[in-house]
Design a protein around this ligand. Structure first.
Ligand code: GLA
Length: 544
């Protein structure tokens, strides 16, 4: 551990806020804290609906208007769902002589007096008129996934390659709030995703600057090139979410080809597993294990609840794939359970991690919540038999004292427990609880090397110890600028994670990240190197 007396002068509000989090400052550590330690606000994962899973390329204006209305009438909007995302199939690849996208006027008619058929601004105004947000879709290549259609004939040229600036400006001008950028065309052309998505991120930033309207950026290359290591800073800009796997299931469109297709529970588990990259979820960036299949053919109500629990514990985007006009009461209750949604949307923005595994397929997952001492905990039974699964509070980063437990699906407070809680979990089922206990102590470290904001200047922390392998790390830094600054974090020499440091004003701010501190004793080393010029000034870290 870094000697405490080597630290800089202290700041008391920082000390106070650390104390509230259960972090114990040693004497010199508390001297560190005489200013305002601001918790930097973290945007939650997006919540909404996407057309792909239930409508494939049959999506049209009617479908979108019906789904948007249903999002309101079912209570989904009230529960927090807001994006109505138009996925592939909305555009048939036509452009005018200047390269502007031409949209089929019959599929996208005018919806209000004064609107023009074939002007996507009309459907956006309709969606906005319901108090919702609108999403659109394109491909990074020349052709898109429509070259491999699930329904109907192949449709060429539905990608944005060669038109990035033009298309993203068009989407922003139409008023869209969100864009998903797929990779079928890029893959076919063997393009480099880091290069193409960097250009796209810059085009989105440019369109945002021109219109005052930044598109939320969903990057979709299925995790093939480890986007969790680069997508939060690509081309000097950020993607907000990135897919980590292929599709859970291909579309299931009633009365059309493949309408008998079923979503599968193993498919849900597999996408969940591929979406776990806790070191990459911080300050509002999220791994995206795909649109949910909750409420689609193939899953039971119990499996739907497990699916929802898995997405919530991993702070995944909650994008519903089911037809909102035909939701069963049970599905609606699953999708709108406020306690479960609060786990997903918690303002700390951290992903759950597996903290214990008893034998084969009996697992304990824990997600730190913003209230000190609170953890969402998933007891997951992947086996064919019912089993008892125990959550030990020390494994959750809490101390050994008593903690209260609430079951989120039954809504019952289960009482107070000493050092652990266990439950019998049915085969292929899960129990989702919130544990409220006391934070265990954290240790504060000041830099052992470097410091400063200039490119090429590393800030290093050596001799760092941790009680748990995937440790929560609180980072105090300054960014007096008005745009995020970026740094790479290399832990124990491994592949770096790119971290955004939003503006703090003149006082230091604090963000939470998670890092794999897997060396025993105090052998862990964390090196931050600025990616932007200037970078953030990293002042100290606190480690559980
Ligand atoms: C890919 C994506 C899906 C969907 C389809 C559209 O498969 O992963 O989410 O957008 O393309 O064709």
């Amino acid at each position: 551990m870094q000697r405490l007396e080597e630290r800089k002068p202290a700041r008391s509000a920082w000390a106070l806020s650390l104390a509230m989090m259960g972090i114990v400052l040693c004497e010199a550590g508390s001297l560190l804290a005489q200013g305002v330690a601001k918790q930097i606000p973290v945007p939650p994962p997006p919540m909404g609906w996407s057309s792909w899973n239930s409508f494939s390329n049959t999506v049209d204006s009617q479908v979108i208007a019906d789904q948007a209305r249903a999002m309101v009438s079912t209570g989904m909007a009230k529960a927090g769902y807001q994006y109505v995302n138009i996925d592939e199939g909305w555009w048939l690849g036509a452009r005018d002589a200047e390269g502007n996208i031409l949209v089929d006027a019959k599929t996208w008619p005018a919806l209000a007096p004064g609107d023009h058929p074939g002007d996507m601004a009309s459907i956006v105004r309709f969606i906005h008129g319901l108090g919702l947000k609108a999403g659109i879709y394109t491909d990074a290549g020349m052709d898109g996934c429509s070259m491999y259609p699930d329904l109907g004939p192949p449709i060429p040229h539905v990608g944005s390659e060669g038109h990035y600036e033009q298309d993203f400006l068009q989407f922003a001008k139409w008023g869209f709030d969100y864009v998903k950028v797929d990779w079928c065309g890029g893959d076919k052309e063997k393009l480099d995703p880091a290069v193409q998505y960097a250009e796209i991120a810059r085009a989105i930033a440019k369109a945002g600057a021109a219109t005052g309207h930044r598109l939320y950026f969903s990057l979709c290359e299925w995790g093939n090139n480890s986007p969790w290591t680069w997508a939060s800073n690509v081309g000097g800009a950020s993607a907000d979410i990135w897919r980590t796997s292929g599709d859970i299931v291909a579309p299931i469109v009633p009365h059309r080809e493949h309408s008998g297709r079923l979503a599968s529970f193993p498919g849900v588990l597999s996408n969940f597993d591929q979406g776990i990259h806790p070191e990459a979820e911080h300050t509002g960036f999220y791994n995206d294990p795909d649109m949910m299949v909750v409420g689609m053919p193939g899953l039971t109500d119990a499996q739907n609840r497990v699916h929802m629990s898995l997405w919530a514990i991993s702070a995944a985007p909650l994008l519903v794939g089911a037809d909102l006009t035909t939701l069963s009461d049970a599905t609606r209750a699953t999708l709108t359970n406020p306690d479960v949604l609060a786990v997903d949307q918690d303002s700390l923005g951290l992903q759950g991690v597996k903290v214990a595994s008893q034998g084969n397929g009996l697992e304990v997952w824990s997600k730190a919540l913003s209230a000190p001492g609170e953890r969402a905990v998933l007891l997951l039974n992947r086996t064919g038999d019912a089993a008892s699964i125990a959550a030990h509070f020390v494994d959750l980063g809490l101390d050994d004292s008593a903690a209260t437990v609430r079951d989120l699906w039954s809504g019952k407070d289960l009482g107070s427990f000493n050092s652990s809680y266990f439950a019998t979990v049915a085969s292929n089922d899960a129990v989702l609880i919130v544990v409220r206990g006391r934070e265990s102590k954290q240790t504060i470290y000041s830099p052992s090397a470097g410091g400063g904001m200039n490119k090429g200047q590393e800030t290093g922390f050596a001799h760092v110890s941790s009680r748990v392998p995937m440790a929560r790390v609180r980072v105090a830094y300054r960014n007096p600028g008005n745009a995020p600054r970026y740094a790479e974090l290399r832990v124990n020499g491994r592949i770096a994670t790119r971290i955004a440091f939003p503006p703090t004003g003149s006082e230091p701010g604090v963000i939470w990240i998670q890092a794999l501190l897997d060396r025993t004793g105090d052998g862990n080393v964390l090196d931050f190197s600025p990616l932007s010029d200037p970078g953030p000034a990293i002042e100290l870290i606190a480690v559980e």
